[in-house]
Write a protein that binds this ligand. Structure first.
Ligand code: G3P
Length: 217
C-alpha cells in the first residue's frame, strides 16, 4: 500500500520523507487554511520535495470553473493531481481533465455508486472518506471493501485512496482490504510504530544491559 501524507505542513512531510514513508501528498482547502500559507507557494514547496502525486483541490462548484482552476494548479508542477469533489460537475471536470492527460483525484466519496461513476469518468484516484462515515455511526471500512470488490470485478484502474484516516487501526484495515493508497495525517503514521510491548521489552533489555556494566562503544 502506498502512503500519502494528508497535510500541508512541510516540516512534517520532510521528516517522514527522510524515512522513505512518503509516496505522495494530499491537501485540501482546510489543510491549506491550517498551514496559514499561500496555496501555490506551499504546494510548490511540497512538489519540489516529493516526486509522487501531490493533490491540490479546486474550489469552484461548476465544471468549467473546476477545469480552469485545475489547469491553473497544474502549472505549479507536473506531479500535481487535480482534486475535484464527487458532484455531477466534478465528474464532468474529471472526464475533461483526464482526457487531457492530467491526474485527477475525485474526493468526498461516500458511496460505492459514487466510486463507480468516478472510475467511469477516468479518475486516477478515488478518495472515500473513512473517518467521516465512522463519525455518523457507519463503518467507513465497509466502503473501502465495497469499492475494492467493484473495481476488481471489472478491472477498473482507478486507484482507491483511503482518506479521512484517523487511526493506526484504519491503516491496518485499509491495507488488509487492499486499498491502493492510504492518506493519513503525520501523527497517525508515527503512531503506527508504537506498541506497549516494544516499550516494555526495550525497558527490560536496557535494565539488564546496565547491570552487566558493559559498553558497545
Ligand atoms: O483526505 C481527506 C481528509 O483530509 C479528511 O480528513 O479527518 O478531515 O475527515 P478528515
Amino acid at each position: 500500500m502506498k502512503f500519502f501524507v494528508d497535510t500541508a505542513d512541510t516540516d512534517a512531510i520532510r521528516e517522514l520523507n527522510e524515512l522513505g514513508m512518503v509516496d505522495g501528498v494530499t491537501t485540501n482547502p482546510s489543510l491549506i487554511m491550517k498551514s496559514g500559507r499561500d496555496i501555490k507557494e506551499v504546494t510548490k514547496e511540497i512538489c519540489d520535495m516529493i516526486p509522487g502525486p501531490v493533490s491540490a483541490e479546486t474550489v469552484a462548484t461548476d465544471a468549467d470553473g473546476m477545469i480552469a482552476e485545475g489547469l491553473e494548479l497544474k502549472k505549479i508542477a507536473d506531479n500535481i493531481a487535480i482534486k475535484v469533489p464527487l458532484t455531477w460537475a466534478g465528474l464532468k471536470a474529471c472526464k475533461a481533465l483526464t482526457d487531457q492527460g492530467h491526474m485527477v483525484n475525485v474526493t468526498l466519496c461516500f458511496s460505492p455508486n459514487q466510486a463507480l461513476l468516478a472510475a467511469k469518468a477516468g479518475a486516477t484516484f478515488i478518495s472515500p472518506f473513512v473517518g467521516r462515515l465512522d463519525d455518523i455511526n457507519l463503518d467507513g471500512m465497509d466502503l473501502i471493501a465495497d469499492i475494492r470488490e467493484i473495481y476488481d470485478n471489472y478491472g477498473f484502474e482507478t486507484q482507491i485512496l483511503a482518506a479521512s484516516i484517523r487511526s493506526a487501526n484504519h491503516m491496518t484495515k485499509a491495507a488488509k482490504i487492499g486499498a491502493d493508497v492510504a492518506t493519513a495525517p503525520p501523527d497517525v503514521i508515527r503512531k503506527m510504530a508504537a506498541h506497549p510491548l516494544t516499550d516494555k521489552g526495550l525497558d527490560a533489555f536496557l535494565k539488564d544491559w546496565a547491570s552487566t556494566g558493559q559498553k558497545i562503544l
